[in-house]
Design a protein around this ligand. Structure first.
Ligand code: EPU
Length: 425
């Protein structure tokens, strides 16, 4: 098991190119199921979650090959085993988004219920509600979701909201299933996240008839078949946001290339509020901080609000603010595993229900810490850049799920991060 040794504090400078989006790639890979044949996904990041998704498609009977240039070849011609096994699904919750496409293609699907996860309880009831509205019969059997639609799916008007707002993968699942349903489907309270819009754009390239892309009302006119895609995924807005916060926490200036600022307006707004400059360039932006960090309050929300996937990283930054900030988590109220670890690095944090009061400190102090989930781990890396001394992050595999060789991206910019086998520490 690898660990990171991070020397701090450091200054960063230079330019970094943002990779393709993990969370857009995963449902698009699942969309390949809908069209027997050879699909091509460009700019797919080389991450363990993408590898696991590839293994899942292979277990279903497909073939997935990665080329050197970030291109994934997905051959779904021979998908004939519509069963998502617990052994793979438990490694990655996003596996659930094969359910809709399998049901649409094979008329049946058996997919393991995803298990618990470090960011809290994550039910799939809305996914199932939406697929039932399309005519699927669904039951639970021995930890598996068994879905059947022997006579095909039929379009319907579906409300897909829940107590925490819209659902990203739930929208993806129902949207994919509806593309091949008979008649028209309207999804109300659809997730508006750029990753969902990217999936819908790819589905339209495959021959689907989706309108309202990017809005909370998606209208889908069912078609009888789709063709494989040749599609380039959007840049990863969460990776971009993490690099922006890296520039800010290290009191530095970084250029980000291949970054769509329009996907990050809530984050840009908060960065500017706390004294960070963000200037748009033709391919991305330049982010810089020279003065103190001002305190701010953030509340995570569905897009276009502040993303939950940047809450932990922003908290690391606010821990160095001149004053008190409040961070409220409205998507995953238990997504606070990073709080205790940041506190080990001398951050002054107090958790009150789904909120954390961040009392700014003058400096962070390095410590051995434990990565718990993907974004929490990224927050620890950022804190390590600013902290005095050697931060040791255990369980780096969490970071590898969503950031491609992050040390090799940050070190050329001035970071001092060494990856070691745990036994070498
Ligand atoms: N929810 C339900 N029932 C459902 C589905 C969701 O109650 O059937 C609730 C969730 O518990 C949560 C809220 O609705 O409170 C929103 O969850 P959502 O379904 O949108 O999350 P997700 O689709 O499972 C994706 C991303 C997450 C990201 C969230 C929110 C992927 C692979 N995952 O998850 O990304 O945090 O949307 O934006 O796209 C990450 O990349 O680190 C990550 C966790």
């Amino acid at each position: 098991m690898d660990v990171f040794r991070i020397e701090g504090p450091v200054k960063l400078s230079g330019s970094v190119t943002v990779n393709g989006s993990k969370n857009a790639s995963l449902p698009i890979m699942a969309a390949a199921i809908l069209a027997p044949g050879k699909s091509v996904l460009k700019s797919a990041p080389d991450l363990s979650d993408i590898t696991v998704c590839g293994q899942l498609l292979e277990q279903l009977g497909g073939k997935v090959t990665r080329q050197n240039n970030g291109v994934l070849l997905i051959d779904s011609t021979t998908i004939d085993n519509p069963v998502g096994d617990y052994e793979i699904v438990r490694k990655m919750r996003a596996s659930i988004c094969i359910l809709g496409p399998l049901l649409a293609r094979c008329g049946r699907a058996t997919v393991s219920m995803p298990g618990g996860c470090a960011i809290g309880y994550r039910p799939v009831d809305i996914h199932l509600r939406g697929l039932r509205e399309l005519g699927a019969k669904i039951r639970l059997d021995n930890g598996y979701i068994v879905a059947e639609a022997p006579n095909g799916l039929r379009g319907s008007d579906i409300f897909l909201g829940g107590s925490f707002g819209s659902t990203v993968l739930g929208t993806a699942n129902v949207l994919m299933a509806a593309t091949l349903a008979k008649g028209r489907t309207v999804i109300e309270s659809a997730a508006c996240e750029p990753e969902v819009a990217d999936l819908a754009t790819c589905l339209n390239q495959m021959g689907a008839k989706i309108t309202g892309i990017g809005s909370p009302r998606l209208t889908i006119k069912g078609v009888s078949q789709l063709k494989p895609f040749d599609y380039e995924v959007i840049p990863d807005r969460i990776e971009a946001g993490t690099f922006m916060i890296a520039a800010a926490i290290a009191k530095s200036r970084l250029e980000l290339k291949n970054c769509r600022l329009e996907d990050l307006m809530a984050v840009v707004d908060k960065l500017r509020e706390i004294g960070v400059t963000v200037e748009s360039t033709h391919s991305g932006c330049v982010v810089a901080r020279s003065g103190p960090v001002k305190p701010a309050d953030i509340t995570t929300q569905p897009f276009p609000g502040f993303p939950t996937d940047l809450q932990a990283q922003f908290m690391a930054l606010l821990s160095l603010a001149e004053g008190n900030s409040i961070v409220i988590e409205k998507i995953f109220p238990d997504r606070f595993m990073h709080v205790a670890e940041l506190a080990r690095m001398a951050a002054n944090l107090r958790k009150e229900g789904p909120a954390v009061i961040v009392s700014g400190v003058k400096k962070l102090i390095a410590a051995p810490v434990m990565a718990s989930d993907l974004r929490a781990s990224a927050a620890l890396v950022l804190a390590g850049l600013a902290a005095e001394g050697t931060t040791i992050i255990n369980r780096v595999y969490h970071i590898d799920r969503g950031y491609e060789k992050i040390e090799q991206r940050l070190n050329p910019l001035g970071a001092k991060i060494i990856r070691q086998d745990a036994t070498g520490v």
